[in-house]
Design a protein around this ligand. Structure first.
Ligand code: PGA
Length: 255
């Protein structure tokens, strides 16, 4: 299998943006622009917008995701949301291990693994984020960091379950900074992550895995990034908040 046979997925990561009326308006704008997409289209939205997003995307080709979930099924975890709660709503995807969770909320490789487990058990599809810090790239340990994050996150995940996972390579220095990785850098690390997955699950499973790039992907640079062999879509922050820009990226992935 090669790139042409893998499903490209463009996922918006709205982060902590948009009230419900704003969310509805943005989805209504996006819908007609992406209706003919030849790739997966997902919007990952704040918890408070999930119901609005599910309602607004009904009957469309846009899937809805959350931006995190807790690892426990229920219990005394004030302020948290479980994977089962998301699944019951009809949410299909969940982002796990985003670097902002790792940076600001104490997320570790171990808790990422626990959340991945909970999400899979609830029947959710996971967008698993990995990526190195700037100083780690400068130290030449990008592969060690991304390899370790990938391996720990996938601990206990079966080959069958891997088909419910998308990996998003997001170099932390490229997120929200306007500093995109070059297409070559993205392709190189995505390819490396694929080789790590091949070591764990075999070449066929690795070839079938969707590996996105994320970090300042936008309407201008998407086409070049997405043309690379190992870049199967994108996780889009800033540019996913503008319907026109998001749809241009979706079109680039549909080629
Ligand atoms: P950005 O964010 O596109 O704004 O850089 C990407 C992400 O954090 O997923």
């Amino acid at each position: 299998m090669n790139k042409a046979k893998r499903q490209a997925v463009i996922a918006g990561n709205w982060k902590m943006n948009k009230t419900r009326p704003e969310a509805k308006a943005l989805i209504e704008q996006i819908k007609p622009l992406v209706k003919d997409a030849d790739c997966g289209v997902v919007v990952c939205v704040p918890y408070t917008n999930l119901e609005t997003a599910l309602e607004a995307t009904k009957g469309s080709n846009i899937k809805v995701g959350a931006e995190n979930c807790h690892w426990a099924k229920s219990g005394a975890f004030t302020g948290e949301i479980s994977a089962d709660m998301l699944a019951e709503m009809g949410v299909e995807y969940v982002v796990i291990g985003h670097s902002e969770r790792r940076q600001y909320f104490g997320e570790t490789d171990k808790t990422v693994n626990q959340r991945v487990r909970a999400a899979l058990d609830a029947g959710l599809k996971v967008i698993l984020c990995v990526g190195e810090l700037l100083e780690q790239r400068e130290q030449g340990i990008t592969e060690e960091v991304c390899g370790m994050q990938t391996k720990v996150a996938l601990c206990g995940v079966s080959k069958e379950e891997l088909s419910h996972i998308i990996i998003a390579y997001e170099p932390v220095w490229a997120i929200g900074t306007g500093k995109t990785a070059t297409a070559e850098q993205a392709d190189e690390v995505n390819g490396f992550i694929r080789s790590v997955v091949a070591g764990l699950y075999g070449e066929d499973a690795a070839q079938a895995l969707t590996i996105q790039y994320g970090g300042s992907m936008n309407a201008k640079n998407a086409e070049e990034l997405l043309s690379k062999e190992h870049v199967d879509g994108g996780l889009i922050g800033g540019a996913s908040l503008k319907a026109e820009d998001f749809s241009i990226i979706v079109k680039a992935a549909s080629k």
